[in-house]
Design a binder for this molecule. Structure first.
Ligand SMILES: [Zn+2]
Ligand SMILES: [Zn+2]
Length: 209
């Protein structure tokens, strides 16, 4: 191909946005099937309309300089190139993430005058209930009834099997549950330590190994 006037060469870019060459036609040896930075496949045409991605602007007779910038949109059909599409998707994902963060518990906890200790304690207490349910299921026992009914049902069965299921643990967790979950009060540091300790013990007891 001969050019009398100035013309754009084509630009080859990997779909993630790394420029491979801005002189696709002039220097065929610079072409790459895949990106040497990230391994993604490369393109030199718009996937939507097939127009070549504009690369180096050649002015016959002039001494060239500089690189062509990587465009984000096709000059011909206006659609986003894959890397720009990717960037847009990432922007949406990060907005969603930010909104979720903004909605997150800290603000609500603060409003209710509850600390992070409360959040940890309530999760641990909920986890204990899940442990009890799972164990009942494993033992083919009923999982209906109130929390206390379930815990005692499990305690009775474990006693038969000579598995230790500490009375003190059960009553401490019941007390903590009433305070933290039902009355919505802060656990003391000691209470929180106990809750965590009991949760660990219960986990090892009910699901050893
Ligand atoms: Zn790449
Ligand atoms: Zn296009």
């Amino acid at each position: 191909m001969s050019h009398k006037g100035p013309y754009y060469d084509a630009q080859q870019v990997c779909v993630k946005g790394h420029q491979i060459t801005d002189s696709y036609h002039r220097f065929p040896q610079r072409r790459q099937e895949h990106c040497d930075k990230c391994g993604a496949p490369t393109i030199y045409k718009c996937p939507k309309c097939d127009a070549e991605i504009r690369g180096y602007y050649n002015v016959p007779g002039a001494v060239g300089g500089g690189w062509a910038d990587r465009p984000d949109h096709c000059h011909s059909c206006g659609s986003r190139y894959p890397w720009a599409e990717l960037k847009a998707a990432e922007a949406i994902a990060s907005t969603i993430h930010a909104e979720r963060e903004a909605l997150e518990l800290p603000a609500i906890l603060e409003k209710l005058d509850l600390s992070d200790n409360w959040r940890v304690a309530s999760s641990a207490l909920a986890l204990f209930e899940v442990l009890v349910n799972r164990k009942l299921e494993n033992l083919k026992l009923q999982t209906n009834g109130t929390y206390d009914e379930k815990v005692s049902r499990l305690a009775v069965q474990l006693k038969k099997e000579h598995i230790p299921f500490d009375e003190l643990m059960i009553s401490s967790l019941r007390t903590a549950r009433a305070k933290v979950l039902h009355q919505g009060k802060e656990p003391t540091e000691n209470e929180l330590t106990d809750i965590m300790k009991y949760l660990k013990t219960a986990t090892y007891t009910l699901f050893p190994g």
